[in-house]
Design a protein around this ligand. Structure first.
Ligand SMILES: [Zn+2]
Ligand SMILES: [Zn+2]
Length: 120
């Protein structure tokens, strides 16, 4: 069975593992049911963008609650601080990236915004 990882955005990290969800051919990602945030391993972000907005929109389910403002966001796998990354091509979009494993955290709604900007 695949290991489950705590949510990056929720403060109650260890009590609330993210759920594996299948979001397209050959792609499974981790999603938090509470805040709707999504964790992507290194390389999965590119795969998801390639799959396109249809699959990305499917991932955007209503969250049960707002993500906590957690200043100490950590990689759920490496337990190191995530770095905020901005895309030159996509002003206004900020994602949290793990400097060690290259994993990427998107708050609810961010992925959708990224896919929309990516298309235009
Ligand atoms: Zn969460
Ligand atoms: Zn990591």
């Amino acid at each position: 069975m695949a290991k489950q990882y705590p949510c990056v955005g929720c403060l109650v990290q260890d009590e609330l593992p993210m759920q594996k969800i299948r979001c397209g051919p050959n792609l499974e990602i981790d999603r938090c049911l509470r805040c709707g945030g999504i964790w992507l391993d290194c390389g999965e972000f590119e795969k998801l963008i390639e799959l396109g907005s249809f699959y990305i929109n499917n991932l955007e389910a209503p969250a049960e609650s707002e993500p906590e403002i957690n200043p100490e966001r950590q990689c759920p796998k490496c337990r190191v601080r995530l770095k905020v990354m901005r895309y030159d091509k996509m002003p206004g979009i900020e994602v949290d990236v793990c400097p060690k494993c290259g994993g990427l955290w998107c708050d609810a709604g961010e992925l959708k915004a990224i896919s929309e900007k990516h298309r235009s």
